[in-house]
Ligand binder design. Sequence first.
Ligand code: NAP
Length: 436
Amino acid sequence: MVSLQTVRSNNVSLKELGPGLVAVFVGGTSGIGESTAREFVRHTLSPRVYLVGRNETQASKIIEELRSLNPDGKVSFIKSDVSLLRSVDEACEDIKKREERVNLLFMSCGFLSTKGRDETPEGLDKKLNVHYYSRMRFIYNLLPQLTAASSTSTTNNRPLSRVVSVLGAGQEGSLDLSDLALKHNYSMRTCAAHAITMNSLMTHELASQNPGTSFIHAYPGVVKTGVLRELGPLARFGTEVFSVLAKPFMVPLEESGERHLYAATSQAFIPNETADKSAAAVGSDGVKGSGGYLLHWNGDTVGKQDILRKYREEGVGKTVWQHTLDVFQKPLDALAPIPPVPGPSLLLDRLQEELALVPIELDGELDTDAPREDVVEPVAEDAADVDGEDVVVTTALLAEEAAVAAVGLHVAQMNTLKPRPSQREQMESLVGGLLR
Ligand SMILES: NC(=O)c1ccc[n+]([C@@H]2O[C@H](COP(=O)([O-])OP(=O)(O)OC[C@H]3O[C@@H](n4cnc5c(N)ncnc54)[C@H](OP(=O)(O)O)[C@@H]3O)[C@@H](O)[C@H]2O)c1
């Protein structure tokens, strides 16, 4: 674990890089992106910062605060819905008009949802796009600016050219190579596995192609942010309960920002071309200083090497990058047909798939033969008292949202939080209770 003292002494040294560093925070209007942008502005001289997101009101508040934190800095907002690649392109064009180089591209855009495949007019799933394709499109578009930064010396002759993608390093899973975009085999689990594993594979692939830039995929730990805002009330409640149980293990938001700034600037994560690798961390390919890194919340390197090694040996990184370029080459204005929404049996399949992660009795019934409207319209209404507030949910929603609580438990286990048996029982009875 990298100590907070090491993190902080790295961060205070950033002024030595001299004035005028340029950073783009995609997802800088909330949570980890906002917190990292704040630390960046606090610790650099006359930075130029771009916050990319949809929420203009929130962006204005942050900009005002950051201006008072560092009056020599310049912080701008670029309004963009990055669930669309064409919107990513517009945001990049805007940045390219204003900047010849970009020292840091920090991407933490994301959201949690229990929806099934949610196809955008460009034919991609919204969540997979925000967590993977759009991030790659930012990199692809801004590579000339990142490369320019890699050859521009800073005051102490330490160029900074870095890409950080915040998602789930270390939680890689199997890829369906015949359906990388998950047009046919979509579930919450496959979406997470594809987004995370493709992000991890790309650190190595892009670092090899671009030796002057470091590529990092980070897992932030459990951090209290706005990430739950797109969940329904009951799922939010389930995850809030999980947060209470996980509180001793949570990373405070400010510390998360400090640690991500360390990831974004520390000399431990040098690019591939740096000759002196003596102080470098081990890269995602198992080689010291190779320029692509997978980081745990505490700065340690992670990565499921059994999966990643196998994929490296089979050349899967190249396959994924080629697939990504193929997606990018499709005309974006061709409206793809929107597939039918999943029927009740699909909902039930997905629920059971998620519930299989933990041993929980399914104690409610969905009529799998009923038309979808009968399931989505309240078949049976239930009420739960959440913090004194009555939340009315349909059977279908109950089922979906219990799945989220189940996933919460699974995440707790994956994070080796090891909930005590009584806590576990409490969570399980909550999930079971939701289904009754
Ligand atoms: N917090 C955790 O415990 C945790 C744990 C594991 C992984 N993660 C991952 O870490 C990343 C950062 O999460 P966070 O906790 O910082 O979440 P957050 O507070 O909700 O921030 C997410 C950011 O993404 C932006 N965003 C979402 N959808 C967008 C869209 N369509 N277009 C443009 N911007 C969009 C939001 O901006 P606007 O609202 O302005 O659009 C916001 O700035 C996410 O990918 C999340 O899945 C978080």
